[in-house]
Design a protein around this ligand. Structure first.
Ligand code: FMN
Length: 365
C-alpha cells in the first residue's frame, strides 16, 4: 500500500507524476533563470532557530486573525490563476479544502470558477485578489466581490507587464480554460484578463497602475486593502501613507522578475518601514512549519502557499489541499513546542538567527 504524503515535498513529487507535463511546468516555473524562485528556498534555509526549553508548552494556540478574518492557523491559500489545471473542480475544491482547515483563501482575478461560485463552496474567509486592468473592470470586479461576501481586496502590484516563463515558451503552452469571472465579457478578455498567466494579455496603455489608481480604489470600496508584491521600505512608506491596511511581501514565487532577493529577505526592511501601521504577510517559498515560525518571528502575521495548493489539488482535490494545510499545521505546532512558543500571536523575535546583511535595506526605516 502506498503511504500518504508525509510532507509537502512528497505532495510535489506525486503531483508531478499525475499532472500533464505542460501544466506541471507552468505551475512550477519561475521567470528567466529561476534564480529568485530557488532563492526563496535557500533564504529560508539560511535562517536558523534558537530553541528555548524548560517552559510549559503543553497548550499551544495557533489561531489568529488577518484584518479581522479569523483563521485556525497562520497559513492561507495564495491567489493563483486557474486551478482547473490541477483538478476539474478547480477553485471550488481549493475553497472546500481551505474551509476544512478553517483558513483563508485569496481568490485570483484569473480563477477558472467565478468568484460567486467559489463563495458558494467556501466555509472560511475569502479575500479577492485584483489585477487592475482599467477603471471599468476594477469597478465591476470589486463591487461583485463586495456583494459575494469577500472580506478584503488584495491588489497585486508586481505585474506591470507580462512575464513569459521560458518553460512555457518552450512548451508552446496555452491555458486551455476560460476565466470564470468574465464569462459575460468574452470579447474583452484579451485586453483585460490581466494575469501573468494569460498568453494573449498585452498591457493596456489606458490602464496604468500607480498610486493615483490606488487612491481611486481606496474611495471605491470600504473593504480593507492589501498590496501584494511590495518589497521595499520606499514602497512600504507610500503604501502606509496611502491608507493600505495590509502588505503581502511576495515576489510572486519568483514568477515575474528574476534576480531579486527572496521575499523573506525583504521582510526586515518592510517591517521596519511599516512601524506597525499595516499587517504584514508573506508568501514565496513556504514549504515547512519552521518556515512559518521563522516568518512570524520576523514580524509577519500569516504566510501563504502558492504552488503547494496545486500539488494538493492534483493529488487529491479538496482533500489534497486540506492535506497540505494540515501537514503545515502539524509541523508548525511541533516546531513551536520545540522552540518554547505557545502562541502564534506572540512569537519571540529572538527565536531566529538572521544572517548578517539582512535587515533594513539602503533606505532608513
Ligand atoms: C501557477 C501560479 C499562478 C499564479 N497566479 C497568480 C495570480 O493570478 N495572481 C497573483 O497575485 N499571484 C499569482 N501567483 C503567485 C502566488 O500568489 C504566490 O505569490 C506564489 O505562488 C507564492 O510562492 P510559492 O509558489 O513558492 O508558494 C501564481 C502562482 C502560481 C504558482
Amino acid at each position: 500500500m502506498r503511504m500518504d504524503p508525509i510532507n509537502l515535498h512528497d505532495f510535489e513529487v506525486r503531483a508531478k507524476q499525475c499532472l500533464p507535463h505542460n501544466n506541471w511546468d507552468f505551475i512550477e516555473a519561475g521567470a528567466m533563470d529561476e534564480i529568485t524562485t530557488r532563492r526563496n528556498r535557500t533564504a529560508f534555509d539560511a535562517l536558523t532557530l534558537r530553541p528555548r526549553f524548560l517552559r510549559d508548552v503543553d497548550q499551544r494556540k495557533l489561531s489568529t486573525t488577518m484584518l479581522g478574518s479569523e483563521i485556525s492557523f497562520p497559513v492561507f491559500v495564495c491567489p493563483a490563476g486557474g486551478h482547473k489545471l490541477a483538478h476539474p473542480d478547480g477553485e471550488l475544491a481549493t475553497a472546500r479544502g481551505a474551509g476544512k482547515s478553517n483558513t483563508l483563501m485569496m481568490l485570483s482575478t484569473s480563477s477558472h470558477y467565478s468568484m460567486e461560485d467559489v463563495a458558494g463552496a467556501a466555509s472560511a474567509p475569502l479575500w479577492f485578489q485584483l489585477y487592475h486592468r482599467g477603471y471599468e473592470f476594477t469597478e465591476m470586479l470589486v463591487h461583485r466581490a463586495e456583494e459575494a461576501g469577500y472580506k478584503a481586496i488584495v491588489l497585486t502590484v508586481d505585474t506591470p507587464v507580462p512575464s513569459p516563463k521560458e518553460r512555457d515558451q518552450r512548451n508552446r503552452y496555452e491555458n486551455p480554460f476560460p476565466l470564470g469571472n468574465f464569462r459575460a465579457t468574452t470579447e474583452e478578455l484579451p485586453a483585460m484578463s490581466g494575469t501573468d498567466e494569460a498568453p494573449n494579455w498585452r498591457p493596456s496603455p489606458t490602464a496604468p497602475l500607480t498610486w493615483k489608481e490606488l487612491e481611486w480604489l481606496r474611495g471605491l470600496t470600504s473593504l480593507p486593502l492589501v498590496l501584494k508584491g511590495i518589497r521595499t521600505a520606499e514602497d512600504t512608506h507610500l503604501a502606509v501613507e496611502n491608507g493600505v491596511n495590509g502588505i503581502l511581501v511576495s515576489n510572486h514565487g519568483g514568477r515575474q522578475l528574476d534576480q531579486t532577493q527572496s521575499a523573506i529577505e525583504m521582510v526586515p526592511e518592510v517591517v521596519a518601514a511599516c512601524k506597525g501601521q499595516a499587517e504584514i504577510y508573506l508568501d514565496s517559498g513556504v514549504r515547512r512549519g519552521s518556515d512559518v515560525l521563522k516568518a512570524l518571528a520576523m514580524g509577519v502575521k500569516a504566510v501563504g502557499i502558492g504552488r503547494p495548493l496545486y500539488w494538493g489539488l492534483a493529488v487529491d482535490g479538496a482533500d489534497g489541499v486540506h492535506g497540505v494545510l494540515e501537514l503545515l499545521r502539524k509541523e508548525l505546532d511541533q516546531v513551536m513546542a520545540y522552540c518554547g512558543q505557545t502562541n502564534v500571536e506572540a512569537i519571540e523575535p529572538s527565536l531566529v538567527n538572521i544572517p548578517d546583511g539582512w535587515g533594513p535595506g539602503r533606505v532608513a526605516g
